[in-house]
Write a protein that binds this ligand. Structure first.
Ligand SMILES: *Cc1c(COP(=O)(O)O)cnc(C)c1O
Length: 239
């Protein structure tokens, strides 16, 4: 198949965006929530800036990048007046300094060492960095995220760090063979989220439950996600 031109990709985006918003709306209503309470974050790895900015002009208000270098390469050209940038990929401690002042949230916090550096860089910039704690909900080896058994202890350990503020949880469940299996992971995440919220810990607010990608975002919303991270269903398959 011939590679699609930028113009074709823009037309594809319009159609995809409408469909994704519609699916989010239907899933929100099925779970008894208001569609506007679910945020769509566009996962933009490998997507050219011109197509991202087109998406922003059509209404995208949140984008997420995975790699620090790619984020820096795109950053100046992004229409940041109309869109916030978040970081959603695995993060090395020595790269945190490039994110302060650039991203509104780091969704992939999963170690005390990383938390210390985020807090240190936040303080240095005179800012409080918003973070989500990534949970390894499938307890998979070689995958980012805090072990669910250590989640409460972990949050308790990082929540007093002055340069960061915990705003919620994020998860990437294992690849599932059925929607029912995916929903079990999502529901478990929602339980942690609600439980931690109920504890009202100082300097911890559960505002964001980030889960669901192209293959499963309607199920995630049905289970309680209020932010979904969608890439290929918006921009087409990644080259
Ligand atoms: C790429 C990515 C997504 C989106 O994946 P799609 O399957 O393309 O929707 C979501 N979250 C993270 C962390 C990603 O890296």
């Amino acid at each position: 198949m011939m590679e699609r031109s930028l113009n074709e990709r823009k037309l594809d985006f319009d159609e995809n965006y409408k469909r994704v918003l519609d699916q989010i709306e239907q899933a929100a209503l099925r779970s008894g929530r208001r569609p506007q309470d679910v945020t769509l974050l566009a996962a933009t790895k490998t997507v050219p800036v011109e197509l991202i900015n087109y998406g922003i002009s059509r209404g995208l208000a949140q984008i997420g990048e995975n790699r620090v270098q790619e984020l820096l390469d795109k950053y100046d050209a992004l229409d940041r007046e109309h869109c916030q940038v978040q970081f959603i990929g695995q993060l090395q401690t020595n790269k945190v300094k490039y994110l302060t002042g650039r991203v509104s949230c780091i969704q992939s916090l999963d170690s005390v060492k990383l938390a210390r550096e985020i807090s240190r860089q936040g303080e240095k910039a005179g800012a409080v960095m918003e973070v989500l704690v990534e949970v390894n909900i499938g307890r998979e080896e070689n995958k980012g995220g805090v072990d669910p058994d250590q989640l409460y202890e972990f949050i308790d350990e990082i929540r007093r760090m002055p340069g960061l503020a915990v705003r919620g949880l994020m998860a990437i469940p294992p690849i599932c063979s059925s929607k029912a299996e995916a929903k079990r992971y999502f529901s478990r995440m929602a339980q942690y989220y609600v439980d931690i919220k109920g504890k009202s810990m100082d300097n911890v607010s559960m505002e964001c439950l980030s889960m669901g990608m192209s293959s499963d975002f309607p199920e995630a919303v049905e289970c309680g996600a209020n932010l979904v991270r969608v890439g290929s269903s918006l921009f087409g398959p990644r080259a």
